[in-house]
Design a protein around this ligand. Structure first.
Ligand SMILES: C[S@@+](CC[C@H](N)C(=O)[O-])C[C@H]1O[C@@H](n2cnc3c(N)ncnc32)[C@H](O)[C@@H]1O
Length: 333
């Protein structure tokens, strides 16, 4: 008996060690599975899709599966990150992806940029899958998903809108996007927005993304007052006329019989800049912010820096291009 004792103890130790290592292996496997699930989910590859299918009650998303208005094809990871970087997404942003598929853009906005987001997706299985992926990525509190139609859902509080749709769908959304708060950033994978020229286009390999910044409305007539360059107490008073198509502005300033065009007028969201030679012959540069009925900012040039204010005169004209796109423009004819 006694002679067996050392053998018995050794065997028990071996069994405990084996059990321990099995437990450790199990924990490691579980951790690996979770990591693989997250990595696969982020990659959107076949292995990831299979694991996700297992975690998603048997539903397995298929590239090219039909959707209400457009099929599902995920945006590649690198372009997803680039799209969010082009929009300069920050933690205070609210990112809405129109037709959110497996949720990757909203999840990346939360995970990589710390933002809140919402994915609007018509396919309920994809919504459930997105919610699982957000939970697996640890961002379920900030990355939300809803089943809905992008043409009926209200996403007006978004500060960043992303999409990967089709040209005619972008055009159908264009007037809704243009009516959003000035400064809202819109990023589209691959497809453009007709005559609304992008502010920036980036390509990674053969894939591209376009950025638009929703412009304020600077069109119409404004009374203009700005500090004189000679330091005199009296401001220079005139009027400003601007014509706006999408984010492109051009215009002139009028001063009692003198009219001058605006040099390099530029509008990005609510930020505006332009220049002209003032009535005393000095070059002046204006940079300001456009609100509903006021433009306020600084004027520089001729060694002086002062304030300028422009107040709207009369009604606000609508921005050229901001109305609903006609069927003919969308589908031709
Ligand atoms: C090309 S995928 C893009 C998915 C995701 N945004 C991405 O970039 O990875 C388009 C998605 O839009 C969804 N979709 C199509 N029509 C829709 C509609 N009217 N409302 C909501 N989602 C829609 C499809 O089911 C599909 O998941």
């Amino acid at each position: 008996m006694l002679s067996h004792a050392p053998h018995f103890r050794a065997r028990r130790r071996a069994l405990l060690a084996a059990a321990g290592s099995t437990l450790l292996a199990g924990a490691a496997n579980a951790a690996t599975s979770a990591a693989a699930l997250r990595a696969g989910a982020m990659r959107g590859d076949g292995a990831g899709a299979l694991q996700l299918a297992q975690a998603n009650n048997g539903f397995e998303p298929r590239r090219g599966q039909s959707g209400k208005d457009v099929i599902w094809v995920p945006t590649p990871d690198a372009l997803t990150t680039r799209m969010l970087a082009m929009a300069q997404v920050r933690p205070e942003d609210y990112v809405v992806d129109l037709g959110s598929g497996d949720g990757k853009i909203v999840i990346a906005a939360a995970r990589e940029f710390g933002a809140r987001g919402l994915g609007i997706e018509y396919n309920p299985d994809m919504v459930a899958l997105s919610e699982r992926r957000a939970a697996a990525a640890g961002v379920a509190a900030r990355a939300k998903f809803m089943r809905g139609d992008i043409f009926a859902a209200d996403f007006s509080t978004a500060t960043v809108v992303t999409m990967y749709l089709m040209p005619h769908l972008n055009l159908r959304l264009r007037h809704t996007l243009m009516a959003m708060k000035p400064g809202t950033r819109v990023v589209s994978h691959e497809f453009r927005m007709g005559d609304w020229q992008p502010d920036e286009t980036s390509s990674i390999g053969s894939q591209s993304a376009h950025l638009w910044v929703v412009p304020a409305n600077a069109g119409g007539e404004w009374s203009l007052r700005f500090a004189a360059a000679d330091g005199g107490a009296d401001p220079i008073i005139g009027s400003l006329w601007m014509e706006q198509s999408f984010q492109t502005v051009r215009g002139r300033a009028d001063f009692k019989g003198l009219a001058t065009s605006l040099r390099e007028p530029r509008l990005v969201g609510e930020r505006i800049s332009f220049g002209f030679t003032d009535p005393s012959g000095r070059p002046r540069q204006f940079t300001g912010r456009v609100s509903e009925r006021r433009i306020e900012g600084r004027v520089t040039g001729a060694g002086r820096d002062g304030e300028f204010i422009a107040e709207r005169v009369g009604n606000t004209p609508s921005i050229n291009g901001s109305g609903p796109v006609t069927q003919t423009e969308i589908y031709g004819g």
